[in-house]
Ligand binder design. Structure first.
Ligand code: DHK
Length: 145
């Protein structure tokens, strides 16, 4: 059976394509989902792609991943910089985590330089736009195989 990867997207990423295009690019979240589905198919992984603006919903999905996923790829968006709850849920999931950011968060405002997720991630990819998701899928496939 194919290994399963849960790809989570945090708040405001539903606005991609219309939001601060000079930072986040012109691709919509649907474009990124299509990219991820193609990359997962190529890597032989089953893809579960989701977005929420709500911290608790993301925590619920991460908790469910304990039973339903083999790896988690997450762009926590603004919750990267604030959420101990998402950090704790990812730690409790005991699955490999790959963190993705579209932008290079280290080039931006100081409040974006720290991520609570990075401490529980195998690795972090930032600054490569949507390609970061395909790099994360390749990394997850390497970890799982
Ligand atoms: C997306 C966001 O919405 C921001 O809050 C983060 C991240 C960066 C990104 O680059 O994908 O600071």
């Amino acid at each position: 059976m194919a290994k399963r990867v849960l790809i989570l997207n945090g708040p405001n990423l539903n606005l991609l394509g219309t939001r601060e295009k000079s930072i986040y690019g012109a691709d919509t979240l649907a474009d990124i989902e299509a990219l991820c589905r193609a990359a997962c198919e190529k890597a032989g992984l089953a893809c579960d792609f989701r977005q929420s603006n709500h911290e608790g919903e993301l925590v619920d999905w991460i908790q469910s991943a304990r039973r339903t996923a083999d790896a988690i790829i997450i762009n926590p968006a603004a919750y990267s910089h604030t959420s101990v709850a998402i950090h704790d849920a990812l730690r409790a999931a005991e699955k490999p985590v790959v963190e993705v950011h579209l932008s290079n968060i280290h080039q931006r405002e100081a409040f974006r330089h720290h991520s609570y997720v990075s401490a529980v991630a195998v690795g972090v990819i930032c600054g490569f736009g949507p390609k970061g998701y395909t790099l994360a899928i390749e990394a997850a496939a390497d970890i799982l195989n």
